[in-house]
Design a binder for this molecule. Structure first.
Ligand code: NAD
Length: 471
């Protein structure tokens, strides 16, 4: 990775703004061409992207295809298939008092947008917002994560070769470069990462009154009761948790259940991990690595916070931490304070549903919550009595693959959402357009002064009707 020179940043952003303001990004044909070229790049250079992801995170090729490259290709296909209808102005009804008139919502590009990406899905999270930004007709600066340097370098090398350089730029670097970018004026900032930096981004954006989307994280709980086949639940929990070595924003963070359920679940989770990664995950190419030494040390520190039911092996040189189950974790333990973001799964005992709901309700709103229960009342209560970015019944992480579901957090897990049409809307301004013919003149004779007795009666009758309609 080669950091972009700081003194180049203002001119680079100004160049994009100039192109965008001249309208080159507006035509549907330009948007389609960019999306098609990006899809071509992902397909043609898939092997290079896989190699970079392996280098940064020890990611297997299949997982890279599933969760990063393939995900992006599907997102582009979906955008191309729907772009024309998303771009079309939508007519809306006009109230009687304003008629005759026509009213439409016209989506227009916001302008120049900044996408700041994290390291855990360093390709997918850098480019997925870009798909929405380009579909909506914006110019974009992409800032990949410096903590996934191989992927960052590859994005910086390949993307400008295929996309229109007048409207798309990649800035590489870390805090200094991002800080320099944040000093510039953008029309939207799309940030994915932790809440501490989310606050820095929101503060910088406030200076320019720039709207932000903040895709953050949090401790996503799993609740499980005895009404589901526990071995099947264990398989899905283990898959969602240990994918990408636990470094997934929507990964189950911890499991809540009654003591007897958790006792039964623990060996089933061990079996599930064995089915997924064999008896030696350290040798298994399907199992990932921790991104860097600082994260490794933080995670190893958590191993003392409970009884290790299985796993616990780790190797600093390889940045390897085995899939680990921590039983009998105290609610106040350090591992229960911050998002774990690694392959350590605490089991936390609760006395039942009310206790679990109160526990989750007393904490910051997570990015996701998962409920394994066949009891409709339990499901309904989670849906109605808790708040989280998303909610999965019997399946972690899958809600984010459905393009028509908004993906985003709430409260401490973020603001705004994207994917599918919502990505297009996130990067568009919905302009209200009203056209009222000058003749017949229905305004001067009804709602404009001078207010004659006739107009007064008319207005009162009209407001009365409105009131009647609202009861
Ligand atoms: P990170 O350290 O790569 O940081 C993200 C970006 O912020 C990087 O591009 C980095 O350069 C920039 N940055 C870091 N410090 C900065 C500073 N002081 N000023 C300006 N910019 C700065 O990634 P991370 O934050 O460690 O990512 C992990 C977090 O992201 C977790 O909390 C995870 O849950 C969350 N996450 C959320 C989603 C989602 O879609 N909601 C997806 C992935 C990760």
């Amino acid at each position: 990775m080669t950091a972009t020179a700081l003194d180049r940043i203002p001119a680079l952003v100004a160049g994009l703004r100039y192109s965008q303001s001249r309208g080159i990004t507006r035509p549907e044909s330009w948007r389609r061409e960019q999306l098609t070229r990006l899809r071509g790049l992902l397909r043609d250079r898939g092997a290079d992207f896989e190699a970079a992801l392996r280098e940064d995170l020890g990611k297997s090729g299949t997982e890279a295809q599933l969760t990063e490259i393939g995900f992006l290709v599907s997102e582009i296909d979906h955008s191309l298939a729907n772009l024309a209808s998303w771009m079309r102005p939508r007519r809306v009804r006009v109230p009687l008092a304003v008629q005759p008139a026509s009213a439409r919502i016209v989506p227009e590009p916001l302008g120049v947008v900044l996408v700041i990406a994290p390291w855990n899905y360093p390709l997918m999270l850098a480019l997925s917002p870009v798909i929405g930004a380009l579909a909506a007709g914006n110019a974009v600066v992409i800032k990949p994560s410096e903590l996934a340097p191989a992927t960052s370098a590859l994005i910086a090398r390949l993307v400008p070769d295929v996309l229109d350089r007048r409207a798309v730029a990649v800035v590489e670097g870390g805090v200094l470069e991002t800080t320099a970018l944040l000093a510039e004026r953008f029309d939207h900032i799309f940030y994915t990462g932790n809440a501490r930096v989310g606050r820095i981004v929101a503060r910088a954006a406030a200076e320019h009154l720039t709207p932000v989307t903040l895709e953050l994280g949090g401790k996503s709980p799993v609740y499980i009761d005895g009404t589901v086949p526990l071995h099947l639940a264990a398989q899905r929990i283990a898959w969602g948790k240990f994918m990408n070595a636990g470094q997934t924003c929507v990964a189950p963070d911890y499991v809540l259940g009654r003591p007897e359920i958790l006792r039964e679940l623990a060996p089933l989770l061990a079996e599930a991990v064995h089915d997924l990664y064999g008896s030696a995950p350290a040798q298994n190419p399907d199992y990932g690595r921790i991104v860097n030494a600082a994260q490794f040390d933080r995670l190893v520190g958590y191993l003392a916070d409970g009884e290790i039911a299985f796993g616990g092996e780790h190797d600093a040189e390889q940045r390897f931490i085995a899939p680990t189950l921590l039983a009998k974790v105290d609610r106040g333990a350090p591992v229960m304070r911050d998002e774990i973001f690694g392959p350590i799964l605490p089991l936390v005992e609760v006395s039942g549903l009310d206790d679990a709901l109160a526990f989750v309700g007393g904490r910051e709103k997570p990015l996701a919550a998962y409920v394994f229960s066949g009891n409709p009342t339990v499901r309904r209560r989670w849906e109605q009595e808790t708040s989280s970015g998303g909610l999965g019944f019997d399946a972690p992480a899958l809600h984010l693959v459905v393009p028509d579901l908004p993906f985003g957090g709430v409260g401490e897990s973020g603001m705004g959402a994207y994917h599918g049409e919502r990505s297009f809307r996130a990067f568009s301004h919905e302009k209200a357009v009203l056209a009222k013919p000058l003749t017949p003149d229905t305004l001067a004779s009804t709602i404009m002064p001078p207010f004659t007795a006739r107009k007064d009666a008319l207005v009162r009758r009209w407001l009365g009707k409105l009131r009647e309609r609202s009861v």
